[in-house]
Design a protein around this ligand. Structure first.
Ligand SMILES: Nc1ncnc2c1ncn2[C@@H]1O[C@H](COP(=O)(O)OP(=O)(O)OP(=O)(O)O)[C@@H](O)[C@H]1O
Ligand SMILES: [Mg+2]
Length: 370
């Protein structure tokens, strides 16, 4: 069955929860009697309460990756209109940190290739795209919860805000690095192209993200490189390009990052939004004119004429960087550079910058410390 977005929301079903016996309201949260029965490794609730003085620490949950782990709630890391994201620490030697995203009303469900109903975001990330180093890794999911890798340096919005607060410009070498990694992430979701392998994901279909913005780009430490990785995240309104053909023209996502052809979404629209993120990195704001007096912000941010692109040279960046970012911020969507071509152009331009002696400046020490 082809992927088809299912608009209903699900409340009452469990999916793919290996080794899970019995039915609970939410299969990811261990209910009291399951813990007392000792159904899983680790201490029972009673033992934990006796050993642990911190009564805040009560939310033990497990994931569905075939092994029984217990998870300890650490802190809340983000709240949206629809739900929230919390950080958990896995018990045992690895002490791995993971993020649990919970939706108040459950996720948008869709049918996967085998006709099973699953959260649309899980189908896109697991079944259609598969893993990629620059896409936030989804470890497990139910109809109400997602388990994601934790990107310890936070999101790109906080990163930009911290530079603005400190009155410091983001190094141009990091902007080039960000641009190349964003180009790679989009070439992967749009075309299945990867610089890491020549094989396309087995069930690949082009995906349009539709909500690209700095707070949906996370930053993951990479000890082997000078710079951390930029990781594309939050596929909550993503859709396959083929399904999009039947349901385009709706206002979705965050309008200030969206292209002049708003409300029409497309791969070229995602690329404008990626350029809008680079605009934030370099100028501190998205490519939008200030709200004129007397206009409603909702109408203005949806108006094509509100889009305006700054000259990045006036923020202290090179002519070449400005020219390269403009490949993504062209008004006509047919003129924007996408996919594999964008990756090779940006990689070449970044190399030229460094070969001509452009300095590779380390990020500030306060990055990621909130
Ligand atoms: N895996 C993660 N690693 C690091 N930070 C995360 C992670 N997941 C979520 N966050 C933080 O929580 C915020 C909200 O996460 P996310 O975008 O997935 O949820 P959302 O409810 O869809 O938010 P919104 O509607 O604002 O886009 C992120 O902007 C980020 O700051
Ligand atoms: Mg988000």
């Amino acid at each position: 069955m082809p992927y088809d977005r299912y608009r209903d929301r699900g409340y009452d079903y469990d999916y793919d929860f290996r080794g899970y016996a019995g039915r609970y309201d939410d299969p990811m949260v261990l209910q009291g009697d399951a813990m007392q029965r000792g159904a899983f490794h680790g201490p029972t609730v009673r033992e934990r309460r006796a050993n642990d003085k911190d009564l805040e620490v009560q939310k033990w949950v497990r994931e569905s990756d075939g092994e029984d782990y217990l998870y300890l709630h650490v802190k809340n890391i983000g709240v949206g209109g629809q739900g929230q994201c919390d950080l958990y620490r896995r018990s045992g030697k690895s002490n791995k940190l993971v993020v649990c995203k919970v939706m108040k009303d459950g996720f948008d469900l869709a049918y996967d290739r085998k006709g099973r109903r699953k959260p649309a975001e899980a189908i896109i990330l697991k079944d259609i795209l598969g893993p990629h180093p620059l896409i936030c890794h989804l470890q497990a999911s139910t109809s109400h919860r997602f388990w994601f890798e934790y990107c310890a340096l936070g999101d790109l919005q906080d990163f930009c805000d911290a530079y603005i607060e400190h009155g410091t410009r983001i190094p141009e070498s990091f902007v080039w690095h960000s641009y190349r990694q964003l180009a790679e992430a989009f070439a992967f979701i749009h075309e299945g192209y990867s610089t890491h392998t020549s094989q396309k994901p087995p069930h690949f279909q082009p995906v349009v993200h539709r909500d690209v913005k700095p707070s949906n780009i996370f930053i993951r430490e990479n000890p082997r490189h000078t710079y951390p990785d930029l990781v594309l995240a939050d596929f909550g309104v993503a859709i396959t390009n083929s399904a999009l053909k039947n349901e385009n023209g709706y206002i979705l996502g965050t309008t200030i990052y969206q292209p002049p052809e708003i409300p029409y979404h497309s791969r070229a629209g995602d690329i404008w939004s990626a350029g809008a993120c680079l605009h934030v990195l370099t100028t501190g704001s998205p490519p939008i004119k200030a709200l004129p007096k007397g206009k409603s912000s909702k109408d203005w941010y949806q108006a094509p004429e509100a889009r305006v692109v700054a000259d990045l040279r006036s923020s202290g960046y090179s002519h070449n960087l400005h020219a390269a970012v403009m490949w993504t911020l062209r008004r006509r969507r047919a003129d924007r550079v996408l996919g594999k071509e964008l990756v090779s152009r940006v990689a070449k331009a970044e190399r030229d910058y460094l070969d001509k002696g452009g300095p590779k400046v380390a990020l500030a020490r306060w990055v990621g410390k909130k």
